[in-house]
Design a protein around this ligand. Structure first.
Ligand code: CP
Length: 304
């Protein structure tokens, strides 16, 4: 049974299958309420979470399964038990593991030694479940994302990496606009370009949003990053704030996304967050539906 570790590691056909099942699962609650009957899912959090925790826990329950939420501080993992032994023990008790952790190598080691599927619920490197929810949201509102253009404003973080992976797998172009020292992962850029889509670096945020179908930003300081480092260049970062003036240069039908939590009046103003082009709360809700589909895919339970 497959893991869901990176969008770059799941074939485009399988990604499409997950997205197709997302719509079915969302629209067929009465026919999917026992898909995870008799199954238990471990949800491990080594970092804080609101959306990921709630959407996975509620999602497992809605599919008839039993979620077990664990933080590493409550587990022997927090006292030095190895990932290897943790993976082996969890495999004897539960059917699926979702982990939010720091290092990519922790995720990889867990997946290597677990006998059950593992889902990436965010690492310092990537956030694939979020982007599956974002792509689902875009396609529900605007149709196929292939051939479209996404403008990413601000810093090239782990969420941006998963957007680049999705660009390559789903055939859309990405424009990055932010301070040069916060360019996105070179590997992720190379992955997207290698799949034949364009990744452009546009220092002028107005030019970046002008042709975009979707405008995205995220907090300038991710959970594993130093606020002090970012504060030194706050004035430069403010040039990339998504505000009403910047949105006035975008197409009227361009959507605005932010994976949340947002720092209002920093990377985005409240006027944009709560404005007509913003779909940030649809994105949050769609984490629930898409992750139910991802869990089913991992377990070979595909209703469509
Ligand atoms: N977007 C996201 O993953 O939110 P949480 O950190 O609240 O889970």
């Amino acid at each position: 049974m497959p893991d869901f570790l990176e969008i770059s590691e799941v074939s485009p056909n399988e990604l499409e299958c997950i997205l197709r099942n997302t719509a079915f699962i969302r629209n067929s609650a009465n026919r999917t309420s026992d898909l995870l009957a008799d199954k238990s899912v471990a949800l491990i959090f080594e970092k804080p979470s609101t959306r990921t925790r709630l959407s996975f826990e509620v999602g497992v329950r809605q599919l008839g399964g039993t979620p077990i939420v664990l933080s590493s501080s409550e587990m022997q993992l927090g006292r030095g038990e190895s990932i290897h032994d943790t993976a082996k023990v969890l495999s004897r008790f539960v059917d699926l593991i979702m982990i939010r952790t720091f290092a990519d190598r922790t995720l990889r080691e867990l997946a290597e030694f677990a006998d059950i599927p593992v889902i990436n619920g965010l690492t310092d490197k990537s956030h694939p479940c979020q982007i599956m929810g974002d792509i689902f949201t875009f396609q529900e509102l605007r149709g196929n994302i292939a051939g479209r253009t996404v403008a990413w404003l601000g810093t090239g973080n782990n969420v941006c990496t998963s957007f680049l992976h999705a660009a390559g797998q789903m055939g859309f172009n990405l424009i990055f606009s932010g301070p040069g020292q916060f360019n996105p992962s070179e590997d992720a850029v190379a992955f997207a370009i290698g799949k034949g889509v364009s990744v452009d670096f546009e220092p002028d945020p107005i030019a970046a949003v002008a042709t975009a179908d979707l405008i995205v930003t995220d907090t300038w300081v991710s959970m594993h990053e130093s606020v002090l480092e970012r504060e030194k260049i706050w004035d430069t970062l403010m040039l990339y704030q998504v505000n009403t003036e910047l949105m006035s240069h975008a197409r009227p039908d361009a959507l605005f996304m932010h994976c949340l939590p947002a720092h209002r009046e920093e990377e985005v103003t409240s006027e944009v967050m709560d404005g007509p082009q913003s779909v940030v709360f649809d994105e949050a809700e769609n984490r629930l539906h898409v992750q139910k589909s991802i869990m089913c895919w991992c377990l070979g339970l595909l209703p469509v």
